[in-house]
Design a protein around this ligand. Sequence first.
Ligand code: ADP
Ligand code: 5GP
Length: 190
Amino acid sequence: MQGKLIIFSAPSGAGKTTIVWHLLKKFPELAFSISATTRPPRAGEVNGKDYYFVSKEDFLHRVARHEFVEFEEVYSGSFYGTLMSELDRIWEEGKHVVFDIDVEGGLRLKRKYPDRALAIFVQPPSLERLRERLSGRGTDTAEKLEERIQKASRELAYAPRFDTVLVNDQLDRACLEAEQLVGSFLAKKT
Ligand code: ADP
Ligand code: 5GP
């Protein structure tokens, strides 16, 4: 079996993480692609589960050794990337990979694996609601929150380049729609 890629991209705060973890509970044949990042862990985040938290030096060494399928400096000074070793690990287990990744990285993976990937853009109902969710999450300083909102308004323009747009207004409905999209993609022969 050739493993597939299910890519979730969206502005920060749109609800990707919430939807992705819902899907991982529903579909045992899916596994989460744990990215490497240089940003510090948030309260409750676990190294090797949410991210591989690495130093900038370690990250840049890995870039130089071509270990990443894709990487981005998503926010100034904070690097995020998908390690090839992570995809190999999941595919060797006979599973399909799910990504929570920024829009540029998501489109890059889709270009790299056009037939094996489903690229889903999670759209917040509005920028105001996005701001409410980000401040409700309480994980960013006022300055970081502004940076995320600024980036979000630019990222919304990427939606038409994805295979599907999933509007996350009511969470229950968005999770159900995500289940349907993923279920039919997994059932499809590539
Ligand atoms: P992302 O991974 O895209 O940055 P999260 O999944 O962390 O987003 O969601 C951001 C915040 O918004 C979280 O506190 C989450 O509980 C909340 N949230 C997610 N979806 C909804 C929704 N449909 N309605 C209200 N709040 C939501
Ligand atoms: P956060 O700091 O909120 O966990 O993530 C910030 C942004 O980085 C999110 O949009 C998330 O999807 C993105 N991201 C996480 N991992 C990767 C990755 O491996 N590559 C890229 N390009 N973006 C990532």
